[in-house]
Design a protein around this ligand. Sequence first.
Ligand SMILES: *[C@@H]1O[C@H](CO)[C@@H](O)[C@H](O)[C@H]1NC(C)=O
Ligand SMILES: *[C@@H]1O[C@H](CO)[C@@H](O)[C@H](O)[C@H]1NC(C)=O
Ligand SMILES: *[C@@H]1O[C@H](CO)[C@@H](O)[C@H](O)[C@H]1NC(C)=O
Ligand SMILES: *[C@@H]1O[C@H](CO)[C@@H](O)[C@H](O)[C@H]1NC(C)=O
Length: 500
Amino acid sequence: MWFQIEWPCSTNTIQSYARLLTSVCALVSTAAALTPLEVSGKDFVNSETKDRFQIIGVDYQPGGSSGFTSKKDPLSDADVCLRDAALMQRLGINTIRVYNLEPSLNHDKCASIFNAAGIYMILDVSNPLEGGYLDRSAPWTTYSAIYYKQVFGIIEGFKNYDNLLGFFAGNEVINEGATYQAPRYIRAVIRDMKDYIAKNSKRAIPVGYSAADIRNILMDTIHYFECDLKNSTSSRADFFGLNSYSWCGDSSYKSAGYDVLTDDFTNATIPVFFSEYGCNEVQPRVFTEVQAIYGEEMTQAFSGGLVYEWTQEDNDYGMVKINDSKTLTTLVDYDNFQKQLNKLDFERITSSNATQANVKAETCETSLIKRKSFYNSWDLPEVPSKVSDYIKNGLPNAPVGKLVSVTGTTIPQKVYDHTGKEITGIKFEVKSSYNTPSASSTSSSGSGSDSSSSSDSTSGSGSTSSSSSSTTPNAAAFNGAPSIALGGLGGFFMLLASLV
Ligand SMILES: *[C@@H]1O[C@H](CO)[C@@H](O)[C@H](O)[C@H]1NC(C)=O
Ligand SMILES: *[C@@H]1O[C@H](CO)[C@@H](O)[C@H](O)[C@H]1NC(C)=O
Ligand SMILES: *[C@@H]1O[C@H](CO)[C@@H](O)[C@H](O)[C@H]1NC(C)=O
Ligand SMILES: *[C@@H]1O[C@H](CO)[C@@H](O)[C@H](O)[C@H]1NC(C)=O
């Protein structure tokens, strides 16, 4: 339901009429919450409108994997999240992936900021700390209640956020160092997570796996996880992510082997997307693969992808460079990626396709697995009894997250483009639907053109230039109602992101 309220939440009167305004803002901000996504056949769709959703994303791990500790993870610092969410909105993405998270930390503010920004989150449930992951070389040693405190802790922490797209039960667990038995343990983790979610969450949050691009076992890997197991239906993966770096520089559909990937995944029965892409062997990156990934040939096989990665770290994959806590530089890659996104035809890539929704999984059987070296049985390990108790009764004493109203300041950091010119006018906007590329090029000049064009482009930015058609989630319902941009007042604005 949409209430057409033009009254900005941040006005001089906010203190004196705090009460009244709170209720007004609550209405506005409730409308601004993202609608949860769900899996329909091989597509992600908006759970209300059933419009198709394609991931346009970035992998988000500021500080790199070594920057993670039990005291600080990428979604625990609201100032950083606000800064990054504003710059991601400007870039045009709709999803982030976060790898390492700590269940005991509070993520409410960051999750609410990304929710209000129109950005979904896909989260890995493992972390590199002791007890936080499944040991790929001997998974039976870590498939235990200790590991499940981490896994179920993440589910509890994040299950109530509407912008949670899904969980990865594992990332590249199957690789050179993995034991033959790794697949059955991963499938068991998917089962246990889905059983836990079914018992302890009010909505069905999708659970999938993120695979390394090892071509000779790629098909075996997806077949192993997507097939239908009659005696354990919940162990089936809901989606499949592929970490692939085969497109380098200004490559092409064929030379990058994307044609092979398309053939491979055309018959998939779950959504498939690039959970990492963006080879950096040729620099700067030009991201011409964007036109292929969202182009006519691939769009039925893939549900988009996430570029590796947001911040510049030692491995040199960044879009932005954090100079220090007060300044940040957008790199050439940021501009190049934005230019590619701005060319996308949104109406086409979000149109749903009944054929896609009605695919049926094959039954799990040994003949699905082609390589001798790949595990070909579905005799999943039994759930440890304590884990069984957690599933039945919920993980005891786990912090449960919820979307909150967020009080923030305007982006306090200074942002420079790659030529050293300051970019002004970057602001955070509350979106009524998921974020999309703005279609107006804002980058290379490094000027503050964003701010002057944004009042026009906010409603249009939801690809709502065609908003009367129902191809855009939410937008039709809101019928061109502008997103609510919250301006600063004395350097202060109050953002009521979402109330549950
Ligand atoms: C996909 O399915 C079609 C129809 O069943 C079949 O002809 C084709 O060979 C399959 N492609 C792959 C790569 O398995
Ligand atoms: C719908 O999806 C099917 C299967 O992926 C594909 O063959 C077909 O071309 C799609 N139709 C449209 C109109 O895109
Ligand atoms: C920030 O870092 C970038 C990239 O290393 C550099 O070009 C730029 O001069 C730095 N800017 C500031 C303000 O420190
Ligand atoms: C479930 O079915 C698979 C495949 O048929 C089989 O390998 C496995 O042993 C069965 N598990 C149980 C508990 O019956």
